[in-house]
Design a protein around this ligand. Structure first.
Ligand code: ADP
Ligand code: MG
Length: 389
């Protein structure tokens, strides 16, 4: 299917999934004169609202996939758990980026860690697969204290249990319903960072500056860009991310999360085969952004320059902000937020706010990182969020 590339503006592109990542992709595509068709079972999705067409069918529906293939020239995905089978079926008809094989690896933590360590030759945390109760006795003692994670479908810290001993591991495995799991050694983290990397169909690669991430209750809360790490750490992680996309023969945008350990070493934690929440600051802070890069990859166009023009701090806006202390609905004070210089508001058009639901984000730009941080602290105070450090 690569022989049909590049796809020029005016082409219609398919997106599997209708969430906020699909929405930001569709907006970017519209800037460049491409049309977008979204395959998403739910009605009224963030992406469908800003796309040319919405196919309201399940991700594995034959009719839905056929219609998508017939009406689009290339397809990408905006969510990680899209069945790799669906991507493989589409790949018979048109160019699919990223490839289903890479998405399948990212969907399973055991395969992912194994691949990153042995094929891409990038260090990961010490770990051991727990497929069945019998594996518990075989796990090395050195992995305690550890974290037991479900191999599949975990996100935002869900499907994880801290285990200090083998006895606790037994209990945790039962608690996680004895599904496929991975036991990881708990590491002392100095910082969490991520790299957004793009790889074109011709093998060229580009990384965005490093993102420094703070989570709250397992959900990304703040990203500081560029990350406050030594230049050497930044170079090393960008190189590691590039090794991973090369080893995957990847085409598209991939996010790799890394841990910076107390001793300064870096290990890869996990990857997402798509643009990522931690890369949203690229929209306002860089010469190009992660969604534009996704579009360029799937259309076979040259990759964009990833230079950052402004230091930035991104705050995630969760549904909690739409409720007061008594849990009554309220509207956040947008006018005050918009009065902060350099504050760029992004809302995803979700009709219903729920606790912990990602509703939008604010990126605060500054001439210096300290200025961006000050502005982000102002926005946080207005919204009643903890101030970023
Ligand atoms: P999720 O898919 O939920 O993001 P992660 O593997 O990224 O799952 O884990 C969520 C968070 O838990 C990480 O951001 C990190 O703070 C912490 N964590 C995960 N694995 C480890 C580990 N091996 N050692 C220390 N902390 C960890
Ligand atoms: Mg994570």
């Amino acid at each position: 299917m690569k022989d049909k590339l590049p796809l020029n503006p005016g082409s219609t592109l398919g997106m599997m999934g209708g969430g906020q990542l699909g929405r930001m992709f569709a907006i970017e595509a519209a800037y460049m004169g491409y049309h977008v068709t979204v395959l998403e079972p739910g009605a009224g999705s963030p992406a469908a609202e800003v796309s040319l067409k919405h196919i309201a069918q399940p991700y594995l529906s034959e009719n839905g996939l056929r219609e998508l293939a017939q009406t689009t020239s290339a397809v990408s995905t905006e969510f990680e758990n899209v069945p790799a089978k669906a991507l493989d079926a589409l790949a018979q008809e048109e160019f699919v980026a990223p490839p289903g094989s890479a998405v399948a690896i990212a969907q399973d933590r055991n395969e992912e860690k194994h691949f990153i360590e042995t094929v891409a030759k990038v260090p990961v945390a010490p770990h051991f697969p727990i497929h069945c109760a019998g594996d518990i006795e075989k796990a090395p003692e050195t992995l305690f204290p550890g974290i037991l994670k479900t191999a599949r479908l975990g996100y935002d810290g869900k499907g994880q249990v801290l285990v200090d001993s083998r006895e606790e591991l037994h209990k945790a495995f039962v608690e996680l319903k004895e599904v496929d799991c991975i036991l990881e050694k708990r590491l002392a983290l100095r910082q969490e960072v991520s790299v957004i990397v793009a790889r074109g169909f011709d093998g060229q690669t580009a990384t965005f500056p490093l993102c420094e991430n703070t989570h709250r209750h397992g959900i990304l809360a703040v990203t500081v860009m560029p990350a406050r790490v030594p230049e050497e750490t930044s170079q090393k992680t960008r190189q590691f991310a590039t090794q991973i996309v090369d080893a995957l023969h990847y085409v598209g945008v991939l996010c790799v999360e890394f841990f910076v350990l107390e001793n300064g070493d870096v290990v890869a934690n996990e990857m997402a085969p798509r643009p990522h929440n931690s890369g949203h600051a690229t929209i306002d802070a860089c010469w190009s952004n992660q969604f534009e890069q996704q579009l360029r990859c799937m259309t076979g166009q040259p990759l964009a320059d990833t230079t950052q023009h402004s230091p930035a701090v991104m705050l995630n806006l969760l549904g909690d902000l739409w409720f007061d202390a008594e849990d009554n609905p309220k509207v956040p004070d947008w006018s005050k937020v918009l009065a902060v210089p350099g504050a760029k508001l992004h809302l995803y058009g979700k009709a219903q706010a729920r606790h912990a639901r990602k509703m939008g984000h604010v990126t605060c730009l500054g001439r210096t990182l300290e200025e961006a941080l000050e502005r982000a602290r102002d926005v946080a105070r207005i919204l009643g969020l903890p101030e970023p450090k």
